[in-house]
Design a binder for this molecule. Structure first.
Ligand SMILES: [Zn+2]
Length: 385
């Protein structure tokens, strides 16, 4: 029998715990296995929110998470009355949003035992929002189950995390990701191998690369950048190219989504709405939505630049592998000639400096540094011998 947990690649240790909790939640026992607050942590792409959503499905499904019934499907699509999936579009989750959420989930579950809230970006809670949430989590006898997701436990306020059961997801192996792409997504073995290898365990990224030709060609252009750094002018140009490519990639996804959202909003108000009050209402709502979309677009561009920098590090990582004689573990097999050349040309110390410089650039970008200036400084460092 298929199960919602089948989709969690390389997370057997967690699936076992979640199945135990689902079983315990059925018998209505005081078993310690079921608790009403959980934190799922794991590196980007390990599938922490997929794990939380699968758990939510299993908790409300009559068959403990079959993936096929109405309950399972509506839970995953956000259409189940007792399952709420909070996906953050902005850079932070504000206290007003949490208060609004708390009034929504204050009711008893409408169909089953539990009301479930999946919060995909619990690390983006502002301090006051986290405190508002804490009160709800502490409430005794609640039928609400909180499933919070964050990159690491440190990203969650200590008062909250101390009340949650913690599950740490692992980065799945390239082979595990490859198998999923071949068996579930019907990707050809060669393409699956490439996508899994370069995505380093990030299943979402691997699937995207395997299915989008433009994403692959974009990545290819980014991977050429280290080879073009032969002057200061070239370094500055490479920085501009990197930002442009990453922006283009992010916009491709957001533009069509933005348009659909505006359309749906206008439909909700009724397209032919007349009367001054109604028209002002629509205009105001559209303006609000556009503001949210703008902040989401900024975040997506930043994420995309971060992804490009992560791709770049794989080049220098490969150089390091060749320098240390680990020829088998090269990620960018298609670039092996250039990698060999750089392995001769750069000293191991200088190569490691380049990896560190790229990681440092990612860190300052995460702290909201200006993207182009950060990339320019980085490319100048990478251009040095
Ligand atoms: Zn089901």
């Amino acid at each position: 029998m298929t199960s919602v947990f089948d989709d969690l690649v390389g997370q057997e240790h967690i699936i076992e715990i979640l199945r135990g909790a689902v079983a315990a939640s059925r018998i209505g026992s005081d078993s310690q296995e079921m608790t009403h607050a959980w934190v799922f942590t794991g590196p980007p792409g390990s599938g922490r929110s997929s794990a939380a959503v699968a758990f939510a499905q299993a908790l409300i499904c009559p068959n403990q998470g079959c993936g096929a019934c109405n309950e399972c499907q509506s839970a995953a699509s956000g259409g189940h009355p007792d399952v709420e999936i909070i996906r953050t579009e902005g850079l932070s989750i504000k206290v007003e949003e949490i208060r609004e959420l708390l009034t929504r989930v204050a009711w008893a579950p409408s169909t089953g035992e539990w009301r479930i809230v999946v919060m995909e970006d619990a690390d983006r809670l502002t301090e006051s929002a986290a405190n508002a949430l804490l009160k709800a989590i502490e409430e005794p006898g609640t039928r609400t189950v909180w499933l919070l997701c964050a990159p690491t436990l440190h990203d969650v306020l200590p008062t909250i995390r101390s009340r949650c059961r913690h599950l740490q997801l692992r980065t799945p192996s390239s082979d595990a990701v490859k198998d999923v792409l071949i068996n579930r997504d019907k990707i050809s073995p060669a393409l699956a191998d490439f996508a899994a290898r370069v995505s380093q365990g990030h299943i979402g990224r691997a699937r995207y690369l395997a299915t989008s030709e433009s994403a692959r060609s974009n990545r290819k252009s980014i991977m050429q950048l280290p080879l073009q750094l032969d002057s200061l002018t070239a370094a500055l140009q490479a920085a501009q190219d990197l930002v442009d490519l990453a922006t283009e990639e992010a916009n491709k996804v957001s533009v069509s989504r933005d348009e659909k959202e505006i359309e749906r909003l206008q439909e909700a108000y009724g397209k032919g709405a007349t009367g001054r009050g109604m028209a002002t209402g629509v205009a105001k709502a559209v303006k609000e939505l556009e503001k949210e979309q703008k902040s989401r677009a900024t975040r997506m561009i930043r994420d995309s630049i971060d992804g490009a920098l992560l791709d770049l590090t794989t080049f220098y990582r490969d150089v390091m592998m060749v320098q240390s004689g680990n020829f088998e573990s090269i990620i960018n097999i298609d670039m092996h000639e250039q990698i060999d050349k750089y392995a001769d040309f750069l000293t191991p110390a200088s190569n490691i400096n380049k990896i560190n410089a790229t990681m440092a650039a990612r860190q300052v970008l995460a702290l909201n540094a200006a993207p182009l200036a950060t990339c320019e400084a980085l490319m100048c460092q990478l251009a040095r011998k």
